[in-house]
Design a protein around this ligand. Structure first.
Ligand SMILES: [Zn+2]
Length: 624
């Protein structure tokens, strides 16, 4: 399905290479202004480790941190998957942007005015065009819906609904809430007039084609924009405003730009608060999150009309250590809570549960108890998983007679056995002993019995919560030959004297083809960029393999420039192939001898002799 460029409103495409239209000086200035640690820590929870920071890699799934960020060098490298580069590469890979787009995104962040037009990037593929156009259509739709809500007669009823939920106009603007009018044609007409193709709008989930008729997907609904990792609107949640309208909640369908299992509502706006607190609050409904935000809880997100997924859990785990589940207090909410506990623990999150009284949902609770009580509940009155499970048991138990109490205690002990760490088990046993007026010893004995009966079934919590490795995984040991090549490259990347030395010595081959290629790129780059630093060089590398190699070299501490050290490395680099050739020649000579081919054997022996002389010459110190 071809989509013409006309879907872009007004944007004319110019010919030309984008990379060349962004001045180097601008990119350099940008790298100076933006700290890679700031940018990365919006997506990855970083921990200081020596001179660098480490965390869980956002580019591959892992439980022990292999991802390292160097504030000194302003670059990152993952020892697990090899991803690496500067802050620009990080944004490109994480957000799926090309170079000019990533530069533009970072420039916005740093408040640097752009010297070029990112919209006219030639590097954008047609698939990208389509997704961009879909996002633009969503952005425009969100603004239109918001305008209708805030400024038209049609919006009055919806505003009254928001008032009823105590959602202020300011909050409505913060979230760009809107109203999809009931007529069913407003958005379609609006977007078609701006040049968006019909099939694009259908595929984007904004309009629906019913035979000949085309109608807006959302009609007579309060509209809640859903944003992706870059803060772009990619979908909507719509709540019906008429009391008997169905369905109550309608979300955008899964599209090329909206993947429900990966996105979380409000994650874009919440990420800073999540990172700062190390905690994220997970809710069921979009409007719960909106209310929580207004009540001063800015680290809340919601899954999007689907159950909480392992992908979402992994995403949150990179930003926070603890997840607070704030689901509805009804039966459905309880089932969802249990499922979410499993998924969150599997991802290595420490789970707490916020329980709202009398089956309330978070929004009800905020309205009735107030913002301060809500904040207090999240801060001081959340339950551990064990406490939550015991509380649920208690709610279902009949404690008015002895048999009911005994049954409850046995079930509670089973929970302790399966879920609690030794310390938590001890303290909960104490609580139960006090509550039920039994001795601690009796409960401990009973616990032993329950343990035997259940065949020692334990969830062994210790293995469920991954331990943080103290140090980042390192590369496997390499031969001295490969190591020498790495050191020479590290020096060449960071010290001009080293580059000159290598050129003077005529070194153009290193230990592996990748090392040799990288050296050639280094020579070429510094021929035209006298003042360029390692970051500029890294960004100039298009080949991902070479970029990986370069970032792995730069993330390590480089050896100090020392000419006699360099001599040693160069000697190792030159000796190794000679020695390999010498050994092979001797072997070949021996084989020829065995075949009775005396002439060949003699000539190979002479060659080996020559190689040996060369080796000896190299092994003598070059200078006096
Ligand atoms: Zn990785």
């Amino acid at each position: 399905m071809a989509v013409s460029h006309s879907v872009y409103w007004g944007a004319e495409r110019r010919e030309g290479d984008d990379m060349s239209r962004i001045p180097d000086s601008f990119v350099e200035e940008l790298r100076r202004r933006v700290d890679i640690v700031d940018v990365v820590s919006e997506h990855v929870q970083l921990r200081r480790s020596g001179r660098s920071y480490v965390g869980l890699c956002p580019f591959h799934n892992e439980r022990t941190p292999s991802f390292s960020v160097s504030p000194e060098r302003q670059l990152y490298h993952c020892f697990g998957c090899g991803a690496g580069g500067t802050v620009i590469r990080f944004v490109m890979d994480l957000e799926g942007l090309d170079f000019p787009e990533a530069v533009a995104a970072l420039a916005r962040r740093a408040n640097l005015p752009l010297p070029f037009d990112p919209e006219s990037s030639e590097a954008i593929s047609s698939g990208r065009d389509r997704r961009e156009a879909m996002k633009q259509a969503h952005e425009l739709a969100a603004k239109l819906y918001n305008y209708i809500l805030m400024n038209t007669a049609a919006g009055v009823q919806a505003l009254r609904y928001l008032e009823g939920r105590k959602i202020s106009r300011k909050t409505a603007m913060d979230f760009l809430l809107g109203l999809a009018p009931a007529d069913g044609n407003t958005l379609h007409t609006f977007l078609r007039r701006r040049g968006f193709a019909l099939d694009l709008l259908v595929d984007a989930g904004l309009v629906v084609q019913l035979g000949e008729r085309v109608v807006d997907r959302f009609r007579g609904r309060l509209m809640i924009p859903i944003r992706d990792g870059q803060g772009k609107v990619v979908a909507f949640g719509g709540r019906i405003l008429t009391p008997d309208g169905k369905p109550k909640y309608l979300n955008s369908p899964e599209t090329e730009i909206f993947h429900k299992s990966r996105l979380l509502f409000n994650l874009y706006a919440a990420r800073r608060a999540i990172r700062e607190t190390g905690e994220v609050v997970l809710m069921e409904g979009n409007l719960d999150v909106v209310s929580a935000w207004q009540a001063g809880v800015e680290n809340a997100v919601a899954s999007l009309g689907t159950a909480f997924t392992p992908e979402q859990a992994a995403k949150l785990r990179r930003m926070a250590g603890r997840l607070i589940l704030a689901y509805d207090g009804d039966a459905a909410g309880e089932t969802a809570t249990r499922r979410a506990i499993d998924i969150a623990q599997e991802a290595g999150l420490d789970v707490r549960i916020a329980v709202f009284p009398d089956g309330q949902d978070p929004d009800d609770y905020i309205r009735h108890a107030g913002a301060a009580a809500f904040q207090d509940l999240l801060r001081h009155r959340t339950l551990t998983v064990v406490q939550y499970l015991i509380q649920r048991l208690r709610a279902g138990a009949d404690l008015s007679h002895q048999a009911g109490r005994t049954e409850f205690l046995q079930q509670a002990l089973q929970v302790l056995l399966e879920w609690a760490s030794p310390i938590e088990r001890e303290s909960e046993l104490r609580n139960l002993a006090q509550e039920f007026q039994v001795s601690l010893e009796a409960l401990q004995e009973e616990l032993e019995l329950v343990s035997k009966r259940s065949g020692g079934r334990r969830r062994t919590r210790e293995t469920r919560v991954p331990k943080r490795a103290p140090e980042v995984r390192r590369r496997p040991l390499e031969s001295g030959y490969v190591q020498a090549g790495r050191h020479l490259l590290q020096l060449a990347l960071t010290d001009e004297r080293a580059r000159r030395y290598l050129m003077d010595q005529g070194v153009d081959e290193l230990a592996t083809p990748e090392q040799t290629a990288l050296l050639a790129f280094i020579y070429a780059f510094y021929e035209t960029h006298e003042s360029g630093d390692a970051a500029a060089f890294l960004d100039s590398l298009d080949d991902p393999e070479l970029a990986r190699l370069a970032s792995s070299l730069l993330i390590e501490e480089a050896p100090e420039y020392d000419e006699s050290e360099m001599e040693g490395y160069v000697r190792t680099i030159r000796l190794q192939p000679l020695e390999a050739a010498w050994r092979q020649t001797l072997i070949d000579s021996g084989r020829a001898q065995a075949r009775g081919d005396v002439a060949t054997a003699q000539s190979l022996k002479a060659q080996a002799e020559q190689l040996q002389q060369e080796i000896q010459r190299l092994k003598r110190p070059l200078l006096g």
